[in-house]
Design a binder for this molecule. Structure first.
Ligand code: PHE
Ligand code: ZN
Length: 880
């Protein structure tokens, strides 16, 4: 049973923000826990803003009110009123104490928001998810982040059924009750918003470790999971300890409670949640071991553990004034997490991964009907705004600011930001002000980035004056108009650049400001500007937007030879990769247009040469050998035919494979396979990454040979990465031969949900029109269920988002099936339904047949009157 708030309710606007008329200073919560029914007592110490004259209104949804009293007196029926979405109370004063008692039904809560059950009724455990507005499903409360209270939480439950009782804060007593029940109390001394409240109760195992903070606090770290998963939590513990040290060193931030709990659940809408002192993780982002996790998953666990931990300061100690400021905590925390991962692994590889995600997920979002600024101006359903724009573009904006201030300056700025805003609910302006003031610079022009949607296009044109040895670079910017913002302003765009000579060396730069650097940042803050470089000995090749110094698309009139020069010689791995991506786009265009082969040859020749370069890092080489993906390619087309894009991209890769040659690919595969280990050190990971890429390329030339290797690799694989890579090659190139290993895998991992998710996802990704039938067959697998978000995403999400040629069938049957499943999902879990629905993004640019069919599917969805507010908003925006 889900609440169906009126789907047509009015949008919430940033411009309408007002400070709360009522705050809660302290809250005491009392849980009488049960699977079917839980009763919650709440005692609120209220504070009234003397400047406002409004009666008390509390948020509350799906709550059965049992009793209500104000200042010790049971309230008469006319002293309060249950209204849509909440409760109004008359007669409350500053300092009043409101007591309520409510009933909720955790086992019936399929939306996984508020208090819910993870797993079967008999064995599962109870947990909460309150961000963004789940707390109102637990008790009546001003459920907004600028109301920060001190929490005392008492949990009572049957000891045998719920041996472990946890809530955020420090433990404050526990004991026995009659009838085999027990209790435990927790006090959190740090005032916090309701969205950071959490509890967990049930049968859980733990691993623990002691930690002493840099400022001398002894902390117990405890990771909790169900019995079958607890042995896979050690890597997360290791990552947690490294995160805590890193935050002390990089930001001077210490942990601030005596215990830090982390809990793993299979049933979670998102990746993880930073509840104060009690982080809760999707198992997908917490569990890792050699037998069942890929290298990517190890890195994700490390990153997400760090991300949630870092929120303790960027999000919890300094929280958000309102949900429009979401990127204040998310963009900043993603940036912190990216830097941590770069420090723990390889900085260029990390940047390649992050920019890849930005281009694949955020740029398309920012160019389509769901585009919104990093700080949106309005929303109907806040859960729809946990987007790539708020997270990833938000992180890029922080990166831009950090780049502008330099490492020491940025640290001065964040120190001031944390100290000045500690315990407060802040806005993005507070962040920019602190960073700016600590460095005596005015960062307010950068605020425009937060308010404007769309990806700026950066055009560059170079002119070399051979007699004066002067190079003039003309940069211009343009952001395409969007529905909400028909006129876009120029933004301050930091363009990091270098100039290369024809021998592939970087030239020293002489401008008015700086001399002799080989890399500088110029800021383009008008529609068009010229930058002049003196004493340039020859016509240079510019390398622009290095490191992706701003979240923009570069349009530069390079020749293929110039890009090949950068791909071959840039000393910085990321920039080399990026030059290769641009060259691959040229090559793709040439193939598509049947044009001259210059770009194709330049791309293939340069990569073939790098393939033989023993000095090149294997993991970087693996990345260099991958052209931009189908989604990125589609972004550049005005009329999109996903099947054609798939075919052309395959052809492009085939050309590359042929240029390197089957013999070399085969030899490299054998030598990499001979050196394979199960380790997760950088060298072993790099080996696996390149080995997989080489095998994929070989499969395009000689599928028989490649499948032969793959079959052996599947059987011998010492790691999940190798096992899945082998399965993927087999399933793509020899369907018949893949049947047996797929069945084998299915059996071997029958009781490992995360490994099964990978089995579903791998098959959902197989390209072409056959994907639909495959998805339908997989839906019939007894392990498939829409009730578990990971499972639904693994099959349906992977198909719709990660397999364009398989999802976008010419006959539209993919869209119809998908819309049908979205409806079914919406009845269970609106957040997941809405998120999956974003796979229709870009439908307006599909070729006419597909476009028509996608439109029909969306329109039929929109026609349903029982849609959740979540799904209704996404579908509505999609059709605008
Ligand atoms: N705040 C979480 C994070 O990014 C994400 C999240 C949002 C989780 C909403 C659950 C619900 O770390
Ligand atoms: Zn976050």
């Amino acid at each position: 049973m889900n609440a169906r708030p009126d789907a047509s309710s009015l949008p919430i606007r940033l411009a309408d923000y007002r400070a709360p008329a009522w705050r809660v200073e302290r809250v005491e919560l009392d849980f009488e826990l049960g699977i079917a029914t839980t009763e919650i007592g709440a005692k609120l110490l209220l504070r009234r803003d003397p400047a406002q004259d409004e009666s008390l209104r509390l948020d509350g949804e799906n709550l059965e009110l049992i009793s209500i009293a104000l200042d010790g007196e049971v309230l008469a029926d006319d002293a309060y009123r249950l209204v849509d979405g909440g409760l109004e109370v008359h007669g409350a004063r500053d300092g009043s104490v409101l007591e309520t008692r409510v009933r909720v039904h955790p086992a019936a809560n399929t939306a996984l928001e508020g208090l819910y059950l993870s797993g079967p009724s008999e064995t599962g455990f109870l947990l909460t998810q309150c961000e963004a507005q789940g707390f109102r499903h637990i008790t009546f409360f001003p459920d907004r982040p600028d109301v920060q209270a001190i929490y005392t939480v008492t949990l009572r439950a049957d000891r045998a059924r719920f041996p472990v009782l946890l809530a955020g804060g420090n433990p404050d007593g526990s004991g026995e009750l009659e009838d085999g029940r027990h209790w435990a109390r927790f006090v959190d001394p740090h005032p916090k918003p309701a969205y950071l409240f959490a509890l967990v109760a049930g049968r859980l195992e733990k691993i623990e470790q002691d930690y002493r903070t840099a400022d001398g606090r002894d902390v117990q770290l405890k990771i909790w999971a169900e019995a079958d998963a607890i042995d896979r939590c050690h890597y997360a513990m290791d990552a947690l300890v490294r995160s805590m040290r890193w935050d002390e060193q990089a930001y001077g931030r210490n942990y601030d409670l005596d215990v830090f709990h982390v809990v793993a659940t299979h049933d979670f809408n998102m990746g993880a949640m930073e509840n104060k002192g009690l982080n809760i993780f999707n198992t997908k982002c917490l569990l890792a071991d050699a037998d069942s996790s890929t290298d990517d998953e190890y890195r994700r666990v490390e990153a997400v553990v760090a991300h949630e931990y870092f929120h303790n300061w960027s999000g919890n100690r300094v929280t958000c004034r309102d949900w429009f400021q979401l990127s204040l905590k998310e963009g900043f925390t993603v940036y912190r997490e990216q830097c941590f991962s770069a420090d723990m692994n390889s900085a260029p590889l990390k940047r390649i991964e992050d920019v890849g995600l930005l281009r694949r997920a955020q740029f398309p979002e920012d160019a389509g009907p769901l585009a919104h600024p990093v700080r949106p101006a309005e929303y109907r359903e806040i859960n729809n705004f946990y987007t790539a724009t708020v997270y990833e573009k938000g992180a890029e904006l922080v990166r831009m600011l950090a780049g502008k201030l330099g490492t020491a300056g940025f640290r001065r700025g964040t120190d001031l930001y944390f100290s000045r805003n500690d315990g407060r609910a802040a806005a993005l302006e507070d962040f920019l002000a602190a960073l700016g003031e600590a460095n005596d610079v005015d960062l307010s022009p950068y605020l425009a980035w937060y308010g404007q949607s769309g990806t700026p296009r950066l055009k560059a044109h170079g002119h070399y004056d051979a007699t004066r040895h002067e190079y003039t670079l003309t940069l211009s910017q343009h952001t395409p108009a969007s529905l909400q913002q028909p006129r876009k302003q120029p933004l301050p765009i930091p363009v990091k650049l270098a100039l290369f000579g024809s021998d592939g060396r970087m030239l020293p730069l002489h401008t008015d400001g700086q001399t002799d650097a080989s890399e500088i940042v110029v800021v383009l803050d008008e529609a068009e500007q010229c930058f002049v470089f003196r004493d340039v000995p020859e016509r240079p090749v510019p390398s622009l937007l290095r490191g992706l110094s701003a979240p923009a698309v570069l349009e530069c009139d390079y020749t293929p030879a110039e890009l090949a020069l950068l791909l071959g010689h840039d000393p910085d791995g990321f920039n080399r990769w990026d030059a290769g991506q641009q060259l691959a786009l040229r090559a793709y265009d040439a193939l598509r247009d049947g044009a001259h082969n210059g770009a194709v040859n330049a791309w293939c020749d340069t990569l073939a040469a790098l393939f033989d370069d023993a000095r090149l890092d294997a993991a970087l080489l693996a990345d260099l050998l991958v052209p931009p993906g189908e989604i990125e390619l589609a972004e550049r087309e005005s009329v999109v035919d996903p099947a054609r894009i798939y075919t052309l991209r395959q052809q492009l890769q085939q050309r590359l494979a042929a240029r390197i040659g089957a013999d070399k690919l085969e030899a490299r595969y054998r030598s990499l396979a001979a050196q394979s280990t199960a380790g997760i050190d950088a060298v072993s990971q790099a080996n696996r990454s390149l080995k997989q890429r080489v095998l994929q390329l070989l499969a395009l030339l000689d599928p028989t040979a490649a499948c032969h290797h793959a079959a052996t690799q599947y059987l011998d694989a010492p790691s999940m990465t190798d096992r899945l890579a082998a399965l993927g090659v087999l399933a793509r190139h020899d369907a018949a031969r893949s049947v047996e290993p797929l069945v084998h895998y299915r059996k071997r991992y029958a009781s490992d949900p995360l490994a099964l998710d990978k089995w579903f996802a791998l098959q959902a990704q197989l390209p072409g029109e056959g994907a639909l039938a495959r998805v339908q067959a997989l839906e019939a697998d007894p392990a498939f269920t829409l009730k578990n978000p990971n499972r639904a995403r693994a099959l349906l999400g992977t198909w719709a988002n990660g397999n364009p040629s398989g999802f976008h069938r010419a006959d539209g049957a993919g869209y119809r099936l998908y819309a049908d499943r979205l409806l079914a999902l919406d009845a269970l879990n609106p957040q997941i339904a809405a998120r999956l629905a974003t796979a229709f993004n870009g439908w307006q640019r599909l070729e006419p047949h597909r476009r028509e069919a996608a439109h029909a599917a969306l329109a039929s969805l929109a026609g349903h009157d029982q849609l959740s507010r979540n799904l209704a908003e996404i579908v509505g925006n999609m059709l605008k």
